[in-house]
Ligand binder design. Structure first.
Ligand code: M6P
Ligand code: ZN
Length: 194
């Protein structure tokens, strides 16, 4: 591919005009993450629903390069909890990420290893800066696709295991009065710490 290069991403056409990888993530890849495990099991038994899709522009995973792409997170709920991404820390913890929201409504749930938490609302036109060290998970709180452009250092890598075992400290649910952020009652402190 020629360098430099351009491609198109617009709110009307969120799928990048060129991309290298198209990853599909289904309900089964979020096992253990949703609070209502009965609702999760029932939904999974009815079919392995597609939760989100990532269109990635490939670059060498080395210092100095940037990885970019678009995530399309579909609407839906497991019990009261909205569809969400797996979420991760970066394997190289001190690396940041930028999101630009193209369409839909949602939230980004974030936390540091020390236990600071933050939840930012996502809406079209908004740019979100996820600082180094903050784990991040996007949540679709609307009834249409939530789509956003992302970019982060190509050598950052993904640490999924920490979230898979402990979960996030905060959850985003449909409450009596709309979208609510609650403490995760199943959040687990790390076992390997004294
Ligand atoms: C964002 C970015 C990607 C990530 C995607 C899906 O678009 O952070 O790097 O792959 O969300 O999230 P996850 O990797 O947690 O499944
Ligand atoms: Zn990331």
């Amino acid at each position: 591919m020629d360098l430099p290069f351009t491609y198109q991403v617009t709110p009307g056409q969120v799928i990048p005009s060129r991309y290298d990888n198209h990853t599909l993530r289904r309900l089964s890849s979020l096992r253990g993450q949703f609070l209502d495990q009965q609702a999760y099991a029932a939904m999974l038994a009815a079919g392995d629903s597609l939760l989100y899709e990532v269109y990635e522009i490939k670059r060498p995973e080395v210092y100095g390069e940037l990885l970019m792409g678009v995530t399309v997170l579909h609407p839906g709920r497991v019990g009261k909890e909205f569809f969400m991404t797996k979420g991760h820390f970066h394997a190289v913890l001190h690396t940041a990420e930028v999101y630009y929201i193209l369409q839909g409504r949602g939230a980004m749930v974030m936390e540091t290893p020390e236990g600071e938490t933050a939840v930012e609302e996502l809406a079209p036109g908004k740019v979100l800066y996820v600082p180094p060290r903050w784990a991040h998970r996007s949540v679709n709180t609307g009834d249409a696709d939530l789509s956003f452009f992302f970019v982060y250092p190509a050598d950052a890598g993904h640490d999924y295991a920490t979230i898979e075992t402990r979960g996030f400290r905060k959850l985003v649910v449909a409450g009596e009065s709309g979208v609510e952020v609650i403490d995760n009652p199943r959040w687990q402190p790390a076992q390997d710490r004294v």
